[in-house]
Design a binder for this molecule. Structure first.
Ligand code: 13P
Length: 343
């Protein structure tokens, strides 16, 4: 048991406190460039700072958001007023988190599959991030569905790395947010997504146990059980809700501190509707179900911003709207009509 047990328990509970979720703003340099390309904005150190400043300082976010996941560059940057970003979050009662993996790389001998890197030197990096204010850390493994993939080798290699990272986090007093993401980009059915996600979560929890990771000090970040984007038949909200909850009940220990979903390419409104339906229909789950969205929280905000200072106010409102909708979805109080009304 980590000497930080009490602190870890407190952090993990606060991350999934009622009506609160996580805003993921930890896009790596190539990913944020892709997002900025879509709004014709150059990605420079200055434009990335301006954008993250908007997200971090949006007034009132702390009603809906418990933590934000930062990228290495971002945790070292400051607000326009010169306060470091992690301190600016702490001042609002929002916990700074940090992405600590160094990316999903092609897996040798396994065409089309990825394994996430970043274990080398991780103990020292975690100590530094804790100094900088981080209280939780994310590691994302990517599992791709395709012809005869994922392989057992890919699932196991990624589960092993996730467990090693999680153990190092707990040793350092940092809550691990373990993220095995089964991608939703292919043409697979929802049944195939269920089967691959179930296998991935079984492997993950097996490794977490084997490596002594404390469940009650861990947050799971996971995909919903959903039809692949290219699949001609798209499962409806009810089916996504039921299949996702069934999969989690079959694989996730009751002692885990909380489960948060990634949005994975779902539209902003659908990601909210799915979370809401789960929390409305299932009141007796052993863990809180909340959100840790990147795109589904940021997309309307990015579009409104377009890289222009004069749009910061509109972009901030777009962000707060999505944050509030998802906060309400944490206890099944969201409805589609809320999209039409200003909050
Ligand atoms: P999306 O919600 O855009 O999938 O991103 C969440 C995330 O942090 C993925 O690692």
């Amino acid at each position: 048991m980590s000497k930080y047990a009490d602190e870890l328990a407190q952090t993990a509970a606060a991350m999934v406190a009622p009506g609160k979720g996580i805003l993921a703003i930890d896009e790596s340099a190539p990913t944020i460039k892709k997002r900025f390309d879509a709004i014709n904005t150059e990605s420079t150190e200055a434009t990335r700072r301006n954008y993250r400043d908007l997200l971090i300082t949006a007034p009132g976010s702390n009603e809906y958001i418990s933590g934000m996941i930062l990228f290495d560059e971002t945790i070292r940057q400051s607000t326009t007023d010169g306060v470091t970003f992690p301190q600016a979050l702490i001042d609002q009662g929002i916990m700074p988190g940090i992405k600590v993996d160094t990316g999903a790389k092609d897996m040798a001998g396994h065409a089309g599959e990825k394994v996430t890197e970043g274990l080398d030197g991780l103990r020292d990096r975690l100590a530094e991030y804790r100094q900088l204010g981080a209280t939780f850390a994310k590691w994302r493994a990517v599992i791709t569905i395709g012809d005869s993939i994922p392989s057992d080798a890919c699932i196991e290699a990624n589960a092993h790395a996730l467990a090693r990272y999680a153990a190092l986090c707990q040793e350092a007093g940092i809550v691990p947010m373990v993220e095995p993401e089964v991608l939703m980009d292919a043409d697979n059915s929802i049944e195939r997504c269920y089967q691959v996600t179930e296998q991935t979560l079984q492997a993950l929890f097996h490794e977490l146990h084997r490596q002594g990771v404390a469940m009650q000090h861990t947050i799971l970040k996971v995909n919903m059980i959903i039809s692949g984007k290219q699949c001609p038949t798209q499962a409806d909200v009810q089916e996504v809700t039921d299949q996702t909850v069934r999969c989690l009940r079959n694989t996730v220990p009751a002692s885990i501190a909380g489960i948060v979903f990634l949005s994975g390419g779902q539209s902003a409104e659908l990601a909210t509707a799915h979370l809401n339906a789960m929390n409305a229909a299932y009141k007796d789950l052993p863990w809180p179900l909340s959100f840790s969205y990147g795109r589904a929280l940021q997309e309307p905000c990015l579009k409104a911003w377009e890289g222009k200072a004069e749009n910061v106010e509109a972009a901030t409102q777009a962000l707060l709207h999505r944050e509030k909708c998802n906060s309400l979805a944490c206890d099944g109080r969201y409805s589609a009509e809320m999209e039409a009304t200003a909050l």
